[in-house]
Design a binder for this molecule. Structure first.
Ligand code: UTP
Ligand code: MG
Length: 489
């Protein structure tokens, strides 16, 4: 069972059982509060038992401060004192932080021989007593009330060197084979464009990196002004259909499209025309995200009408019907009772069907439009509970409308903080959190290593998600794309 994060992790075990080694392999040094280390801070060294009271006073203060901030805290002491253990547990409970006890064990002989090799071995009699306590303590731990009690045996293991290094980069994927082994297809979403003096050079480098590591495609935001969730209004954000045209010329195997184009920006037929042209230029690797639009400011700034929500949703419905009519074979008149066109003359036709991804999780209308007219619906949550709920609403609409639910894929926008290792994850959180507390920002952004995100993506796949539109809040250059390789392998 994985240990929750953040969590209070209280180590328990005799001297030489391997507690500090276990902690060092899994946690950042700042996350581990060790009585030995603090004896060396307030006393003459880790074995300065006269400094124990002072060391524990500091330790208690550190535990309280960190847990109060919902920060992972590993308490590295012998852990045999039930009073101390329970007060840490109570602090975690009070802050709503999960609390885990980890009993670290090794055969007595192993502990003794490890102890003998130390600079200042624990006296044999003391160690014997600790080993007895260790044998008894499991029953006590069961009574303490931990969320989880983990028993780790370090008897015949070499000290772990920490997280296993990722294997070398994946072989270049070919189009059509681009589903990650997590079970989801991963499309790189570009939403920030820190391209300096060379916009096309930057876009090209990003796309080539994405293609190299095996992303299935690239999605561009469709906004007239950079949105506040991503950047500042004066940060550059390209018109996506122009930019996608440039990417189409690179000869990659990437699928290209928008996430999402608001129906308010262009008459739907004109968007259909752009998407059909992109399909022709890419050999059919085009998707189109469409939504009702939401940001009034960009409409006002560009002189684009922004009707009320109900009307925009009607427009979304009509837009998909119009685009599908224009993409279909033939130039005959079209009338489905909602949309009527005198002819559907739109050449080039898409080389293969354009995937229509309906953006937005509005349960009453948006998901219904997706169920009726979309090839996919894109949800902006990756919270398992919310996601399962939205998926069930989508499926109910499908059942209602007599649409095969297998025809409507579920996609999500995922904007996690991704780091090489725990240290790197934390450095990124600290850099980007602004005034939000680190714990809140980390939780909200699912901050974690690539391995942790692989697990999350596999869980999303299990909930029915087929495609993840992935971006990171600090995606700045091609090296950041390459660093995501293990998420798409
Ligand atoms: P630790 O220093 O991790 O033990 O390992 P500990 O439980 O924290 O001990 P105290 O309570 O602070 O005294 C002790 C020795 O055992 C080796 C380590 O390299 C270290 O020299 N060790 C530890 C292993 O060989 N394998 C392991 O899995 C863990
Ligand atoms: Mg130790």
């Amino acid at each position: 069972m994985p240990i929750p994060d953040p969590a209070l992790v209280v180590l328990v075990g005799a001297s030489g059982s391997g507690k500090s080694t276990w902690a060092a392999a899994r946690y950042r040094p700042e996350e581990v509060v060790s009585s030995d280390a603090l004896r060396a801070v307030v006393g003459s060294g880790p074995a300065d038992l006269d400094a124990s009271d002072d060391a524990f006073a500091v330790l208690e203060a550190v535990v309280a401060a960190r847990i109060g901030r919902h920060l992972t805290t590993v308490v590295d002491t012998l852990g045999f004192d039930p009073g101390r253990r329970r007060s840490w547990l109570a602090a975690a409970r009070a802050s709503g932080v999960p609390a885990v006890a980890v009993l670290v064990t090794a055969p007595d002989a192993v502990c003794r021989s490890r102890n003998a090799l130390r600079d200042r071995p624990v006296p044999a009699k003391v160690l014997t007593q600790q080993l007895r306590q260790s044998a008894r303590v499991q029953a006590e731990l069961a009574d303490d009330g931990w969320d989880e009690v983990l028993v780790v045996d370090t008897g015949d293991t070499e000290p772990s060197a920490g997280p296993v290094a990722p294997p070398p980069g994946p072989a270049r994927a070919t189009p059509g084979e681009r589903t990650a082994s997590t079970g989801v297809e991963v499309v790189l979403q570009l939403s920030r464009f820190p391209w300096g003096e060379d916009p096309f050079g930057w876009l090209r480098a990003m796309a080539l990196a994405a293609d190299e590591v095996g992303f299935s495609g690239i999605a561009l935001m469709d906004h007239l002004v950079q949105v506040p969730q991503v950047g500042r209004a004066w940060d550059p954000i390209p018109e996506p259909w122009v930019a996608l045209g440039a990417l189409a010329g690179l000869g990659t195997g990437l699928r290209l499209g928008t996430l999402v184009t608001p129906v308010t920006f262009r008459p739907p037929g004109v968007t259909a025309k752009a998407a059909a042209t992109l399909s022709a230029l890419t050999g059919g690797r085009t998707f189109l995200g469409v939504g009702a639009g939401w940001w009034e400011r960009e409409h006002a700034a560009f002189g684009v009408p922004f009707p009320p929500a109900a009307e925009r949703l009607d427009d979304l419905d009509a837009a998909i019907r119009t685009m599908r009519a224009l993409w279909a074979a033939g130039t005959k008149p079209y009338d489905d009772g909602h949309v009527a066109l005198p002819e559907t003359t739109c050449y080039p036709r898409p080389t293969s069907p354009v995937t229509v991804v309906v953006g937005g999780g509005g349960e009453h209308r948006t998901l219904r439009i997706a169920a009726e007219l979309g090839d996919a619906c894109n949800l902006t949550t990756t919270d398992p509970e919310v996601l399962s709920h939205k998926v069930s609403v989508l499926r109910r609409h499908c059942a209602d409308l007599g649409r095969d639910e297998a025809e409507v894929a579920v996609t999500v926008l995922d904007v996690p903080v991704v780091g090489r290792d725990r240290d790197d994850v934390w450095a990124r959180v600290e850099r980007m959190r602004g005034r939000t507390s680190a714990a809140t920002y980390a939780a909200r952004s699912h901050a974690g290593t690539v391995g942790q995100h692989r697990e999350r993506h596999a869980a999303l796949a299990a909930l029915g998600v087929s495609t993840v539109f992935l971006t990171t809040p600090d995606l700045a250059g091609p090296e950041d794309v390459l660093a995501l390789a293990d998420l798409v392998r």
